[in-house]
Design a protein around this ligand. Structure first.
Ligand code: GLN
Length: 244
């Protein structure tokens, strides 16, 4: 009887250990991807669906890695906190890999080169450079790199908006003199709104990358491998052609 008990306990311990072992090696089958779908042509809503360059790119990357993905649309300034609280596994949102953000998260290899531009009304005199924003009312979107850049220039009256669209409406209504925004979404606004233009002033180059939490090195590695593969096999170039 004693022997049988010992045997049963040994078997149960064995089963328990195997179960635990399996759990730690359990393969990830789905990733949650944070974005802010107000940044066409990288991510925006169309008929209730998130579409855009980033959306196609992350779909191709997750296919390459062999995981399903689910997009979580939220405010831009909520993205990094959501990643740090493990509410999402990664972020793709036209996000610039800044030194400040690198303190909080890891970034993948860059997937797009961008720069900040200045939008004014069509009849406004060209602003020769970013210093030319001094003394002007300048719209930015809260927490964007444009916000950081404009806020660093002394004497700029910075007005912060929650979304690009609202700042463009105020620009057209003459409530502000300029908007500082990433080049591609700026082009999109100019295309879809009469009476505004991009000035010749160009900001410093910045790079968009995907963000992953610091303790998830496996996912970061998988993303980088997949991105390299997509750049190599032409998929990445096809997506550039499709969206820009
Ligand atoms: N590239 C800018 C940033 O990282 C804006 C990104 C965005 O609005 N999606 O702040």
């Amino acid at each position: 009887m004693k022997k049988t008990m010992k045997l049963i306990i040994a078997i149960m311990v064995g089963i328990f250990m195997v179960a635990c072992g399996n759990k730690s090696e359990e393969k990830v089958t789905k990733i949650f991807v944070g974005t802010n779908a107000e940044f066409a042509p990288f991510e925006y809503l169309e008929d209730g669906k998130t579409v855009g360059f980033d959306m196609d790119l992350i779909a191709a990357i997750s296919k390459e890695i062999g995981v399903e993905m689910e997009i979580k649309d939220m405010s831009f300034d909520g993205l990094l906190p959501a990643l740090q609280a493990n509410k999402v596994d990664m972020i793709i949102a036209g996000m610039t890999a800044t030194e400040e953000r690198k303190k909080a998260v890891n970034f993948s290899e860059a997937y797009y080169k961008a720069n900040q531009v200045i939008i004014t009304t069509e009849d406004a005199k060209d602003i020769p450079n970013f210093e030319g924003l001094k003394g002007k009312k300048v719209g930015v979107i809260l927490g964007f790199t444009g916000d950081i850049i404009a806020s660093e220039i002394d004497g700029v009256d910075v007005k912060k908006y929650n979304a690009g669209y609202a700042s463009i409406m105020d620009l057209k209504a003459g409530k502000i003199d300029a908007v500082v925004l990433d080049g591609e979404p700026a082009k999109n606004f100019v295309k879809n709104n009469k009476g505004i233009k991009i000035t010749s002033a160009e900001g410093e180059k910045e790079e968009y990358a995907m963000a992953v939490s610091k303790d998830n090195t496996q996912l970061l590695e998988d993303i980088n491998t997949a991105l390299a593969k997509l750049k190599e096999d032409g998929t990445y170039d096809e997506l550039l052609k499709k969206w820009f």
